[in-house]
Design a protein around this ligand. Sequence first.
Ligand code: BGC
Length: 729
Amino acid sequence: MHLSTANEKMIEELLGKMTMKEKIGQLYQVGPSPVGGFNISAEDARQMLESGKINEAEYTAIIENSLLDGREDIIRDGLIGSFIGINDRRKANRLQKIAVEESRLKIPLIFSMDVVHGHKTIFPIPLGESCSFDRELFYQTARAAAKEAAEDNINWTFAPMIDVSRDARWGRVAEGAGEDTYLTSVFAEAKVKGFQGDDLSAPDSIAACAKHFAAYGACEGGRDYNTTDMSLNRLDEVYLPPFAAAAAADCATFMAAFNDLNGLPCTMNPFLLKTVLRKQWGFNGAVISDAHGIEECIAHGTASDPADAAAKALKAGVDMDMGTEFYTNHLEELLGSGKIEIDDIDTAVRNILRLKAALGLFERPYAEEPEKSCALSAEHMALAKKAAVKSAVLLKNTGVLPLDKKEKIAVVGFFADSAFDMLGTAGQISGSENDVITLVSELKNRKSDFTYSPCIDTSYKLNSDELNKTVSGHDTVIACIGERLCESGEANSRSDISPTGDQNKMIEQLHKAGKKVITLLFTGRPMAISETAENSDALLAVWHPGTQAGPAVCDLLFGDETPNGKLTMTFPQNSGSMPVYYNHVPTGRPADETNWTSKYKDCPYTPLFPFGFGLSYTKFGYSDFKCEFKDSHLLCSVMIKNAGDFAGEETVQLYTHRLDAETTRPVKELKAFKKVHLLPGEEKTVEFSVPQERFAYYDFGGNIINNKSRYEVFIAPDSASGEPIYITF
Ligand code: BGC
């Protein structure tokens, strides 16, 4: 964060005027509410109850813990620094007015929310979007989300989530960019720049928050909130680089993760929050806890009581307390007893005030009513459609896709018309299902010749008679399966990630009936779908695609667009074979068909679909692969030819494997990728230049090694194919 000298001076003067209570107030963020919602007023809760959005028990919980009602006085006293989840410009402006006009020091509040994959216009879930391998798209969707959110006076988003995740049982894989460190780093940088724009103080910029720092994606067994334990080498090589990339992109804030890492909860880990983040990476923004993260140090068993938790979190470098009142209630007494120092408090307050100043909140605390709102604008809708198209990954196609526009089709599976599920895990926070165009509504818009019946209900029970009736007289059936919005995302880890209930049964029946089965997979995670794939003629993963689900899927089905996405997470053969990821290190007994090698005996040792894999309606040929090392760079080139009948975009991937090493090195590591758009028959040379620093790694003692070695270099359409060139550099 860069502040003018005048602003730095203003903050120091302000600090000098603040009472201890006012200082501590700046470190408190109100919310989120204990029922999983956000700050809901009693009036809103009553309306939600009446409209059936919440039940009696939830209503009572909100009323009892209502975070908004009665807060006016506390704002006036300067005891609140921030709110999360006030998704309403007028409400935010009303609270802001109290802070900047009626409080003693007139310090603005900062309003935050999880704007993860869109605000009103909902883009595909991040895992889906990452499959586009498209930096510019990552940037554009974040920019659009920031513009829409800023109109609602949201100043700060808790995104991007840049936790490398290699276990699809973890529900939160939906929110990140998958299993690869390099791609996640590219994603991190683009998202931070997209949210923050060129100038953080501009009215359409919002502060980004790199989360969850760190290694939250490595939770044991893929179970949310679970412990993580790993070597520092793995931490440095796999989990930290995306966060370093976010810091280098000047990400304004970081969030401490819930998990403990090697025995110490991240919320009270000075090594992460001070040594790595501030000293090594030069970060000068603000750090917030995750929701109730400070309180959870007690459950972790590393803080004895609320005061101890508050002291340890503050000392470790957590500036703002999300949701508990531990700082509010204990910092003063802790100061008195000498457990913390005034410098600890001042540093945290300074970080929060600097964030507010960097956002321009002292000069522009309110969001103006826009002359013309950009929310759900035609431009954003077009971007949402483009993003959903680019996210889709074609996993199988025996030639049934694309469909002839005149073809009569039957559509089955409730996902074909389930607007809410299209929003995806974080899309539901501020997006509305009323703005979603489902596949069924788009087919109607296009006046396609189709018959639709869900045939399977939302508890995944199949009505076989209905299925037979719906598909009778049709050769081609679009079967929409997957998992609901609430089956992935936070707290939605699953031990079995195969399609729930009768979904496979439905596909099998269609296959046995001799139908051409085109399966659309609406999902928040990779699923165990070997049986599904077997019984489908075409299989297209469309994830939870967002507001423009229907138009995007129709364009893909009917060939107005060709799928170009490539998987950013491996699809396993079955749930029990996880974690499975392409960039594992070799064992002493690498898996093969023989006995006594490292594999499971009851399933193939190769994944169902590897990282980087995705088909297209066209075919790309790779030739003239060349490689040399010059001027501290690995230089490679390859000729890509579009050898099919459709225009298409190929994601060309460069992987390496270091052969001489002090410590085990991944069998393949993505070092670079490029996208190339080719018309039928067209060919282009794609060139790469990878700096030598990208090949550094750690020895057992944690020393950086970047000496000469022999490498295998691959340029390939996915992580499981291609012949290597051997080169020493
Ligand atoms: C999640 C964070 C999120 C926060 C606020 C927590 O439960 O872990 O990712 O930003 O809630 O919604």
